[in-house]
Design a binder for this molecule. Structure first.
Ligand SMILES: [Ca+2]
Length: 540
């Protein structure tokens, strides 16, 4: 009898533990998505950058995977953040593909799926920004990334994470977006040097002047990367103390390249290539250095996949979950053959508030850049797209010194040809344009065909005779006066560039920006509406 009882007990125990382990396997992971603002590749100490110390990033990389070829979909904040949330390229995101614009109601975001799927979703710091979220029909998830935890204390985002963890429903898995404004400019000049950092540790890329002032600017930038990382270190510690670290998929990356000339704002590597590390307990192997091409549009499908949540048809990105589970390159195919990125309007920098449209294809070896409006200045008519004042002044001051400094100026601020082709395997900074070189014509044709096919398939308005729609979109930040023929007004659709079928939320016409516009121009709201309708706009 005793023996029988013991057996029964053993069987019950076994069933129970196997239930737990099955349940544990099926348990959707918590997700911590940590994203810095303007941190370029390879600026983390795990990549060997000596002027910056990032123990948090390095910890994730060491106990997980580190990635060498992760590319944003756009080289500025709001367009790329929109691509992360929708899983689509910027030319598929209508006005959310421009900077400081509207995030239209019709765009689907993966975070909605997380909320519907039973996740607790929260965020702190910089989320989708800058811009205005279209509130039409958006009843849940009004700020796009769940409950928002606000703080002005840039060193204290980890406390907001702690608050979120405390308040959340402990029965649910969570998704938390930790955005920071680091290392976005402006910097306190000399703060990096004052902190004990050394000028000689900086690697100045060859397209920037190598001077003490520029090196010091890099140190200020590094100090701000470290503030982001300090928050991350604290968050890792909190998860560990709670016993949740190994159940949490942690992604660390940045929203675009470093804020320097020819980098942020440019559809080149330096504008879009960013650091990334991922840790997920023992769910994925560790210790691999990943060279696969990955796009920021791949986050949405990957995270839905990891959380066992359904995808949605509009997603253009591709899940890289399989890659995380099998990172060994000897045992699988490369993840992507090519990826794409581009840009439209960033800040107000040209007459009529025109943007600088670019579409780029990147393969392992090549980068083909298509500048669609080569008669416009890439950093704006008055360099307004260049926030790096110290570096810009050095470039301007040195520009007539010699051939090399002149090229530096032209590369940063001069007009660009319609096409630029770079062999990144021998020219890693993309400075020697091969587009006119006959030896590369075959390569050019192959890449240009791939790029055009992608854009046509994605219904990019630039490839469908409706490119002007990009110039019609309102900007919800300051507009500079450039004496254009069709001047733009803050927060107002530029009627001259409206395209047939374009959708415009009617309630916006009651905004402060519109009342200023109507007052300034003498146009009435009714006349304006009639004009939009006569162009085929759909008001909703
Ligand atoms: Ca940014």
């Amino acid at each position: 009898m005793f023996r029988y009882r013991w057996l029964l007990f053993a069987v019950i125990c076994l069933t129970f533990t196997s239930c737990i382990s099955n349940k544990d396997k099926r348990r959707p992971p918590n997700i911590l998505f940590a994203i810095s603002d303007d941190q370029g590749f390879p600026h983390a100490s795990a990549y060997g950058a000596n002027f910056v110390e990032t123990p948090g990033f390095d910890h994730i990389a060491e106990e997980g995977l580190i990635f060498n070829n992760v590319y944003c979909a756009a080289p500025q904040c709001s367009p790329n953040r929109a691509s992360i949330l929708t899983g689509r390229y910027l030319w598929q995101n209508s006005e959310a593909g421009t900077h400081a614009s509207l995030f239209p109601a019709h765009l689907k975001v993966f975070t909605d799926r997380f909320i519907e799927g039973g996740y607790d979703v929260g965020s702190t710091g910089k989320t989708w920004s800058p811009g205005l979220i279209d509130s039409t029909n958006r009843i849940v998830n009004k700020k796009l990334i769940g409950k928002y935890f606000n703080t002005e204390d840039q060193t204290g985002y980890w406390k907001e994470f702690q608050k979120f963890l405390h308040e959340r429903d402990k029965e649910k898995p969570f998704f938390f977006w930790f955005g920071t404004y680091d290392p976005h400019r402006p910097y306190q000049a000399g703060s990096g040097l004052d902190s004990g950092k050394r000028l000689e540790d900086v690697d100045v890329p060859p397209y920037l002047p190598d001077s003490e002032a520029v090196r010091s600017d890099f140190l200020d930038y590094a100090l701000r990367i470290e503030r982001f990382d300090c928050n991350l270190v604290k968050m890792i510690g909190i998860l560990e103390a709670m016993g949740e670290l190994d159940h949490t998929l942690i992604i660390v990356t940045s929203d675009n390249g470093m804020p320097f000339p020819r980098a942020k704002g440019n559809a080149y590597d330096a504008g879009v290539r960013v650091p990334m590390a991922i840790r997920w307990g023992d769910q994925i192997p560790s210790g691999y250095v990943m060279d696969d091409l990955i796009s920021h549009i791949d986050f949405a499908p990957t995270l839905l996949d990891a959380a066992h949540l359904p995808q949605y048809d509009e997603i253009e990105g591709k899940s890289f979950l399989e890659l995380l589970l099998q990172p060994d390159p000897a045992k699988r195919k490369p993840f992507r053959k090519a990826l794409f990125y581009g840009r439209e309007r960033a800040t107000s920098a040209r007459p009529n508030n025109f943007g600088y449209p670019v579409r780029t294809i990147r393969t392992e070896q090549y980068q083909l850049v298509w500048n669609l409006k080569p008669d416009r200045f890439p950093a704006g008519d008055r360099f307004n797209e260049s926030e790096a004042i110290v570096v810009k002044n050095e470039i301007l001051n040195q520009k007539e010194l010699n051939f090399r400094t002149r090229k530096m100026y032209d590369d940063a601020y001069g007009l660009r040809p319609e096409f630029e082709l770079y062999d990144m395997s021998v020219d890693p900074f993309g400075l020697d344009n091969l587009a006119e070189d006959q030896a590369y014509w075959k390569v050019f044709d192959r890449l240009f065909t791939m790029l055009k096919k992608q854009l046509i398939d994605n219904e990019d308005p630039r490839l469908h005779g409706e490119g002007d729609v990009w110039e019609s979109y309102p900007r919800f930040m300051g507009i500079r006066n450039f004496n254009g023929e069709y001047p733009a007004h803050r927060g107002v659709y530029n009627e001259h560039f409206i395209q047939s079928g374009q959708r415009i939320p009617l309630y916006l016409l009651d905004s402060k920006d519109y009342s200023n516009y109507f007052e300034e121009t003498g146009i009435t709201k009714d006349i304006y509406i009639e004009r939009l309708k006569s162009k085929g706009a759909i008001l909703y």
